[in-house]
Design a protein around this ligand. Structure first.
Ligand SMILES: [Zn+2]
Ligand SMILES: [Zn+2]
Length: 245
């Protein structure tokens, strides 16, 4: 599968770049994971948004869902072009108000997932793990049957030892690293050192730091993650970054 980073900032867009949004493509199937600020404008550069096959959301904080509404409008306003299937949007049902908003008649439909769910979407198989966060949020592991490889995305999470098992053996660990060291065991996000530690315990091949902070030196963030990650390569997410997994 090909991972394309559409947005990577935590909390809010910054300097013309957006928040959480990742395009995963394999065998002609396109899955959008999270849909934060500027996701749609970046998605337009990569594929026709009408060709998107499905969306999966880690949780309903706005830096992860801000563009869901405009993605629905995009498809609604192009509905005369050609008949197309209703876009499935997968999210948790623990927040009924936001879950309901995934539905737009004739355009998109919300489907619930939970911890025990195994989702088969095109070539992808998705599994879920609840994270440590102020609202219900899930880490998502995606297996691609074409390459045989896995990506594990933490969603937003404070330090959760179970993430090491959940991500074990994945080729890429895409980790919420909103915090510099010194804020360990936070209620919402990982520190750089914690992200590196989990990646090393999970024996992944590569750690990508994402959900990045706007304040502070990102090279220091990367260094702090590398200290605990050991030899495995650590990358900072950036707009347009493409990784073959
Ligand atoms: Zn977030
Ligand atoms: Zn969040």
């Amino acid at each position: 599968m090909k991972l394309t980073v559409l947005g990577f900032w935590g909390g809010y867009p910054y300097q013309e770049e957006g928040t959480s949004g990742y395009l995963l493509e394999s065998n002609g199937y396109s899955l959008l994971m999270d849909c934060g600020s500027a996701t749609l404008i970046e998605l337009e550069k990569k594929i026709d948004p009408l060709k998107l096959d499905a969306v999966v959301l880690s949780h309903y904080h706005y830096d992860h869902i801000a563009d869901v509404g405009v993605l629905q409008y995009y498809r609604q306003l192009h509905s005369s072009k050609e008949a197309k299937p209703i876009l499935p949007i997968y999210g948790n049902e623990e927040d009924p108000r936001h879950f309901e908003e995934l539905n737009l008649a004739g355009i998109s439909k919300g489907y619930g997932y939970a911890e025990e769910t195994i989702l088969h979407l095109g070539p992808f198989t998705l599994t879920f793990l609840p994270t440590i966060h102020p609202v219900p949020c899930y880490a998502i592991r995606i297996h691609d049957e074409v390459s045989g490889n896995d990506l594990c995305f933490t969603g937003d999470s404070g330090y959760l030892p179970e993430l090491a098992d959940f991500a074990h053996g994945a080729k890429v660990f895409l980790a919420d690293t909103y915090l510099f060291n010194g804020h360990e065991r936070h209620v919402a996000h990982l520190t750089a050192g914690e992200a590196g530690e989990l990646a090393a315990k999970a024996a992944v091949e590569q750690l990508i730091l994402t959900h990045l902070p706007q304040e502070g030196d990102l090279e220091v963030l990367k260094y702090q993650a590398q200290e605990t990650a050991g030899k495995l390569p650590v990358l900072l997410a950036r707009r347009g970054l493409e990784i073959e997994i």
